[in-house]
Ligand binder design. Structure first.
Ligand SMILES: [Zn+2]
Ligand SMILES: [Zn+2]
Length: 397
């Protein structure tokens, strides 16, 4: 067992239910990943919950017509993070004997299952030295490593799970391309683009603190009655005014417009003028804030402009603490098209660096529609591995 893994990363290598570290030697602690939600538990816990229909961690249903959970295969790629692969059994009967779904596959399907499993194993091998060595950890951001681990927590024995896995691989591939592109961007350029995309002049900026105060004021306007745009802005300026004597009107105006574009208001034609009322589902700061953040990210990304979860958290909140929620917004906005787009942009960046990449053709050939078949999973996974290796090697030098 490799004991040097940094403690931060050990949390990804523990049973989601009993927190026991995964082990290979003791079959009771081998990891098994649930379909759909991707929680990974030790064999012992899986046996305890085998008659349940939902994951005890998040209540996500295992679904009907699915492989019974006590017949799911062991997650070998996850074990590769902990063990030398040569110490893990290669014997099919030992590896999959408990998994009738696998044993029932025809020869070709078994081969492709093994190919997908070994591709996941390659990803484990790539990140292993990074999470083992403090010196190397800056090569990949924590959010990247989190994403890689979440991909390693994949169950692909069932058709429906494969669909989800394919999506997750694309999302990781896109994330890695973007990470690379961002490394090559100048941070000032990022801030400037961000500002112009949300429609601000070069000398304007919505300070994170101002955004928070304005959004809180809007969410907590007294009776949420229908107001004209002008009155709405005026009431908010009055509320904010005490905290911002330098004139908050332009900021309030801008934020109200952004919220309006994000369809947070019910708009009524009132004679010649429009009047607006905050929709009831946005009459609290958290949901209004989420709608606002999502809208900004949507506008930014629609423009083909990339921004990391860390950077967007800094620009919108003034710190990196909201990086996780920004990541979930960015993930929701990703589409199969955005994966191809990211790969294309990566190709452009590589050219700029004079890198002749033989894989470029393979990268750009990835336009298949979503499918739960095996082939797109294997292809996309191999593309993701190429990008991952590229990213790691590039940062090493
Ligand atoms: Zn457990
Ligand atoms: Zn779960």
């Amino acid at each position: 067992m490799t004991l040097s893994i940094e403690s931060y990363y050990m949390k990804f290598l523990r049973c989601a239910r009993c927190s026991h570290d995964f082990e290979y030697e003791n079959p009771l602690y081998r990891p098994i990943t649930l379909p759909i939600c991707g929680h990974t538990m030790c064999r012992q816990c899986i046996d305890i919950i085998r008659n349940q229909t939902k994951c005890p961690q998040d209540q996500v249903s295992f679904g009907i017509n699915r492989t019974p959970i006590d017949q799911l295969p062991t997650n070998y790629p996850l074990l590769v993070v902990l063990y030398d692969p040569s110490n893990l059994s290669q014997d099919t009967e030992e590896r999959y004997g408990q998994c009738p779904s696998y044993m029932k596959f025809d020869k070709d399907t078994k081969l492709i299952f093994n190919a997908v499993e070994s591709a996941f194993g390659k990803i484990s091998l790539e990140i292993k030295p990074i999470i083992n060595d403090k010196q190397c950890q800056s090569i990949l951001s924590r959010s990247m490593i989190r994403k890689i681990f979440s991909l390693l927590n994949s169950q692909y024995i069932d058709r429906a799970s494969r669909l989800k896995v394919l999506k997750a691989i694309r999302s990781l591939g896109e994330h890695m391309c973007i990470d690379f592109i961002l490394r090559c961007q100048n941070p000032q350029q990022v801030t400037d683009n961000f500002r112009s995309v949300i429609g601000l002049q070069s000398d304007q900026f919505l300070e994170p603190a101002v955004q928070e105060i304005v959004l809180q004021s809007i969410a907590s306007l007294k009776d949420h009655s229908t107001l004209s745009n002008k009155h709405l802005v005026h009431s908010v300026v009055l509320q904010v005014g005490a905290n911002d004597p330098n004139g908050s009107k332009p900021s309030v105006n801008r934020i109200v417009n952004l919220l309006s574009d994000a369809s947070c208001f019910q708009v009524q034609q009132d004679g010649d003028s429009l009047s607006m009322k905050l929709k009831s589902e946005f009459q609290n700061y958290e949901s209004l804030r989420r709608a606002y953040d999502s809208h900004i990210m949507q506008v930014v990304m629609k423009d083909g402009f990339y921004i990391s979860s860390e950077q967007s958290s800094s620009l919108l909140y003034g710190d990196k603490q909201h990086e996780l929620s920004m990541q979930s917004i960015i993930d929701k906005l990703s589409t199969p098209g955005s994966f191809s787009q990211a790969i294309q942009q990566l190709g452009n960046v590589l050219k700029k660096f004079g890198v002749q990449n033989n894989d470029e053709q393979r990268l750009s050939n990835n336009n298949q529609e979503y499918d739960s078949n095996w082939t797109p999973i294997e292809t996309t996974l191999n593309i993701a591995i190429i990008i991952l290796k590229f990213l790691i090697n590039f940062k090493h030098h």
